[in-house]
Ligand binder design. Structure first.
Ligand code: PLP
Length: 439
C-alpha cells in the first residue's frame, strides 16, 4: 500500500483461490446484492475514477480547442490560455490562494520534488537543514534522501502511536540552519490529519518555509493556505476524480514571498519555475475537479464519514482482535485502516480478491515488506501485514460497504478457524510468554 500502489493483488476472476497457507477459500456463489458489481473498487487513496463532469470539461481540449497556451499571437493560443487561467482560479479558490500562486506540474510527485529541491537550492546560503516526518509519501522521503547526498541535513520526525507528530519534537528539531519543514497534510495510508495550522504558525514565527503534501486533503477537507500559514503545497488531479498526470504546486507570493529554483530548464513557462508546454486538457480537468470538490466537499465528507464509521462498527461488532490504525479524531472522511490480528495478510487478500483495497504490505523487488507507515506507528510486522486500507470515495455506496464488510468478516472468521495462534489466544495463552522453538 505504501504507494508502490501499483503492486496490487490482481483480480483473476477465479472462484477458488489457493492461499499460500494451502487453504482453499471458497467464494460464495450467492448472487450479488443489487447495485454491487465485481471487481469492486474501494482503493480511492491510490487513485479515483474520473468524474464524468470532469471528462466532459476536458473533451474539447483534446480536439477542436487544441491550441498551445503559450501561443500569444492567435486565437487558438488565447483560447487555451483562457482555459488554463480559469483552472488556476478554480484551484486557488479551493485552497484560499490567488491564481498567480498556482504552478502546473505533472502530478504531486513532481510537485513535491520541485518544492523540496527548488527550495533547498534557492535557500542554500541561508541553511542546509530540512525537517520532515517518517510517514511521508516516498516522493518526499526519497527527495530528502537525495538531498542528503548533496550535503543537506534532514531530520525525519517520528510519529506517535496514533500517527500524529508531536509539535514539541518539531520545535526541538528546528535550529538556525533550518530552511524548510515538509509535513504532509493527511496521510495516504492511515488517513491521519496533522495539526497543519499549528505547524504553519510555528514555521512563520521561526521564519522557516512550510511545505505540505496535501494530495489526500485537498477537496476532501477544508484547506486554507492563508489561515494555516502554508507557504508551498502539492496537489494532484487523480486523487480528486480528475485525470492522471497533472498536478499543481502552490507557491506563496507574499508574506513571505517564496522563491523556487526551477528543476526543469526550457521555455520559462509557469513564471520560470516549470518549463514545458502545458497539458491543457489535463489542466482543465484539474480545475473542474477542484470546483466540483469544493461544491460537494461538505456533503461528501459527511456521507463518507458515516459510511466509514458504519463499516468500522460492523467489523468491531462481528470480530474480536481488530483495531483501527491512526487517530480517528483527526482523520480523513473516507479512510479506514484496520488490522485483523491473527490472520495472515496474504490469505486475507486472496479471500477478497474481487475487491480492490490495499494491504499493509508493499511489494519491494521480490518480497512483501510491511508498510513503513504502519511500522512507524509501532505495529509489528505480522500486524502490519494483516492490515487493510479501505479507501471510500465519491462513487462507493452503502450496498458496497455492506458487501465488502460482510465478505471480509466471513473470510476472517474462516481463516481464524484455521489459525493456531488465534486458537491459543482464545485459550488464554499469552503469546508474548511463549518460547518458540528455534528452527
Ligand atoms: C498519490 C500521492 C502522491 C503522488 O501523486 P502523483 O500525482 O501520483 O505523482 C503524493 N503524495 C501523496 C500523499 C499521495 O497520496
Amino acid at each position: 500500500m505504501s504507494e508502490k500502489e501499483n503492486c496490487e493483488i490482481s483480480n483473476n476472476g477465479e472462484m477458488n483461490e489457493m492461499s499460500n497457507t494451502g487453504v482453499i477459500i471458497t467464494q460464495s456463489a450467492t448472487p450479488l446484492p443489487e447495485g454491487v458489481s465485481l471487481p469492486l473498487y474501494m482503493d480511492n487513496h491510490a487513485t479515483t475514477q474520473m468524474d464524468h463532469r470532469v471528462l466532459n470539461a476536458m473533451l474539447p481540449y483534446f480536439s477542436v480547442k487544441f491550441g498551445n497556451a503559450a501561443s500569444r499571437n492567435h486565437a487558438f493560443g488565447w483560447e487555451a490560455e483562457e482555459a488554463v487561467e480559469k483552472s488556476r482560479q478554480q484551484i486557488a479558490k479551493l485552497i484560499g490562494a490567488t491564481a498567480k500562486e498556482i504552478i502546473f506540474t505533472s502530478g504531486a510527485t513532481e510537485s513535491n520534488n520541485l518544492a523540496i529541491k527548488g527550495i533547498a537550492e534557492m535557500y542554500k546560503e541561508r541553511g542546509n537543514h530540512i525537517i520532515t516526518q517518517a510517514t511521508e509519501h516516498k516522493a518526499v522521503l526519497d527527495t530528502c534522501k537525495r538531498l542528503e547526498k548533496y550535503g543537506y541535513r534532514v531530520t525525519y520526525l517520528p510519529v506517535q502511536a496514533d500517527g500524529l507528530i508531536d509539535i514539541e519534537d518539531l520545535k526541538r528539531a528546528m535550529d538556525d540552519k533550518t530552511i524548510l519543514v515538509s509535513i504532509m497534510f493527511a496521510n495516504n495510508e492511515i488517513g491521519v490529519v496533522q495539526p497543519i495550522a499549528e505547524i504553519g504558525k510555528l514555521c512563520h514565527e521561526k521564519g522557516v518555509i512550510f511545505h505540505t503534501d496535501a494530495v489526500q486533503a485537498v477537496g476532501k477537507i477544508p484547506v486554507d493556505v492563508q489561515a494555516m500559514n502554508i507557504d508551498v503545497l502539492s496537489l494532484t488531479a487523480h486523487k480528486i476524480y480528475g485525470p492522471k498526470g497533472v498536478g499543481a504546486l502552490y507557491v506563496r507570493r507574499r508574506n513571505p514571498r517564496v522563491q523556487i529554483s526551477a528543476q526543469i530548464d526550457g521555455g520559462g513557462h509557469e513564471r520560470g519555475m516549470r518549463s514545458g508546454t502545458l497539458n491543457v486538457p489535463g489542466i482543465v480537468g484539474l480545475g473542474a475537479a477542484c470546483e466540483i470538490s469544493g461544491q460537494e466537499m461538505e456533503a461528501e465528507a459527511a456521507r463518507l464519514t458515516e459510511l466509514r464509521d458504519y463499516m468500522q462498527a460492523k467489523f468491531e461488532k462481528a470480530l474480536d482482535y481488530v483495531h483501527v490504525n491512526g487517530n480517528m479524531e483527526h482523520h480523513l472522511p473516507g479512510n479506514l485502516n484496520m488490522s485483523f490480528v491473527y490472520v495472515e495478510g496474504e490469505s486475507l487478500l486472496m479471500g477478497i480478491n474481487d475487491i480492490a483495497v490495499s494491504s499493509g504490505s508493499a511489494c519491494t523487488s521480490a518480497t512483501l515488506e510491511p508498510s513503513y507507515v504502519l511500522k512507524a506507528l509501532g505495529l509489528g510486522d505480522d500486524v502490519a501485514h494483516s492490515s487493510i486500507r479501505f479507501g471510500l470515495g465519491r462513487f462507493n455506496t452503502k450496498a458496497e460497504v455492506d458487501y465488502v464488510s460482510d465478505k471480509l468478516i466471513d473470510v476472517v472468521l474462516k481463516l481464524r478457524e484455521l489459525s493456531p495462534l488465534y486458537e491459543m489466544v482464545k485459550e488464554g495463552i499469552d503469546l508474548t510468554k511463549i518460547e518458540w522453538a528455534a528452527h
